[in-house]
Design a protein around this ligand. Structure first.
Ligand code: UD1
Length: 422
């Protein structure tokens, strides 16, 4: 297991190219199960979860050819309909295969993903939605068994809105007979990206990007080979902007749709950063210690939960008291105890962290317990005095491409230690 060693105290400055969005790439890869025809995808991020997804899809007969960040993907025929527990247990997004497998092959067996360090993370909305589409669903021996000759369009209401739930049901409904309406659908841009990709492939979907998505089922997707470029990763971009702010630096990220980070920019501006946006980039310049600011996460268009841990690191060094309220996942404050070991002054009550800013953090050995929480510790390490050693970096590698190289390009001092005993 690798560790990252961060020597703190460098001001980050410069420009950074943002990778393709993991959370857009994953469902788009899965959608290959819906049709026998090939697609070529560009800007696919070379991150751990995407590699796990290749492994999972290969179980069903999907073939992938990889050249740099370009991927050719094809599922000529479905060879299997059962997902292995070992893969599902390492990546919750594996549940996304349920809808496409049953839509194309009539049957799917996927182990229940179980909880994870950020909360219990149920899949009831995926299951209820498939039942509404006419599938028989049984839970047996820890797995979800789904069967349907052909799914039928239905009216589905999500409460709460779920990103992968919406994606799963949208993919299932694409080949269903009749019209499906998903109300309170997730509005995250990655959901809209999947929908627009499916539309290119011949699906009939309207309303994506809004809370009501309407899908008119088709017999089959089209047979044209599709080229698609995966959108830039707004969470990765936001992470580097926060890294710039915590080191009182000057960082520019290149992102095709900078408005996807309006929420973060508003918060960073309130914390004292100067923000300049251009067509395809955002620059954050922080000339002084951040000021305190309150942050409350929520489904899109609210502040993304995937940037909350990184913001907590920034606010732990801010001037004043900030309240960070996590409303999406019940246990997404696990990085806080590690931040406190670095000298942060934070108390937790329920889903809220009260962060009393301190003027310095000190480097320490810390442990990543999830993807974004691990990244928050790296960010804290960048601004801490001395050395921070982050163990269990595999969590971070699930979602960030070459994180130490990108940070070092900006002037950070981060290196990786391969450590079999870490
Ligand atoms: C996706 C993202 C993840 C992000 C999250 C919220 C991917 C691969 N992952 O995760 O990075 O943090 O959205 O933006 O895209 N819920 C239920 N029942 C369900 C499903 C969800 O109650 O069947 C609840 C969850 O417990 C949570 C809320 O819905 O409280 C939102 O979760 P959801 O949007 O499903 O997260 P994911 O799709 O797993």
């Amino acid at each position: 297991m690798d560790r990252l060693i961060v020597k703190g105290g460098q001001q980050l400055s410069g420009e950074i190219k943002i990778s393709g969005a993991k959370n857009a790439a994953l469902p788009i890869l899965v959608s290959s199960l819906l049709s026998p025809h090939a697609c070529i995808l560009d800007n696919v991020p070379d991150v751990g979860d995407v590699k796990t997804m290749y492994q999972l899809l290969s179980v069903f007969g999907t073939t992938t050819t990889w050249d740099s960040n370009r991927l050719q993907i094809k599922t000529e025929s479905l060879k299997n309909n059962e997902a292995p527990y070992e893969l599902v247990s390492t990546m919750r997004a594996s549940v996304l295969v349920l809808g496409p497998l049953v839509a194309r092959g009539g049957e799917a067996i996927v182990p229940l993903p179980g909880g994870c360090s950020i909360g219990s993370r149920p899949v009831n909305l995926h299951i209820d939605g498939l039942r509404a589409l006419g599938a028989e669903v049984h839970i047996q021996h820890g797995s979800i068994h789904v069967k349907a000759k052909r799914l039928k369009g239905a009216q589905i209401s999500m409460q709460p809105s779920s990103v992968t739930g919406t994606e799963n049901l949208m993919m299932a409904a694409v080949l269903a007979k009749g019209v499906t309406v998903i109300d309170n659908a997730a509005r995250e841009p990655e959901v809209a990206e999947l929908a627009s990709f499916l539309v290119k492939r011949g699906a009939r979907i309207q309303g994506y990007g809004t809370a009501t998505i309407t899908i008119e089922g088709v017999e089959a997707l089209n047979d044209r080979e599709q080229h698609h470029r995966i959108m830039g990763d707004r969470i990765e971009a936001g992470t580097y902007l926060i890294a710039g702010a915590i080191t009182q630096g000057d960082v520019t990220v290149h992102l095709t749709s900078p408005e996807l980070l309006d929420n973060l920019c508003t918060i960073l501006h309130a914390a004292g950063a100067k923000i300049s946006k251009k067509n395809e980039s955002i620059r954050v310049k922080m000339n002084q210690r951040a000021s305190s600011v309150n942050v409350t996460t929520g489904p899109c268009p609210k502040f993304p939960t995937d940037l909350q841990p990184q913001m907590s690191s920034l606010l732990s060094l801010a001037n004043g008291v900030s309240l960070v309220t996590e409303t999406v996942f019940e246990n997404r404050l696990t990085h806080i105890s590690e931040l406190c070991r670095m000298g942060a002054n934070i108390t937790i009550k329920g889903n809220q962290a009260k962060i009393t800013g301190t003027d310095k953090l000190s480097g320490a050995p810390v442990m990543a317990s999830d993807l974004r929480g691990g990244t928050a510790l790296i960010i804290a390490g960048l601004a801490a005095e001395g050395e921070t050693a982050i163990s269990r970096v595999y969590h971070v590698d699930r979602g960030y491409e070459c994180i130490e190289d990108k940070l070092n390009t900006l002037g950070a001092n981060v290196h990786r230690v391969k450590d079999n005993n870490a």
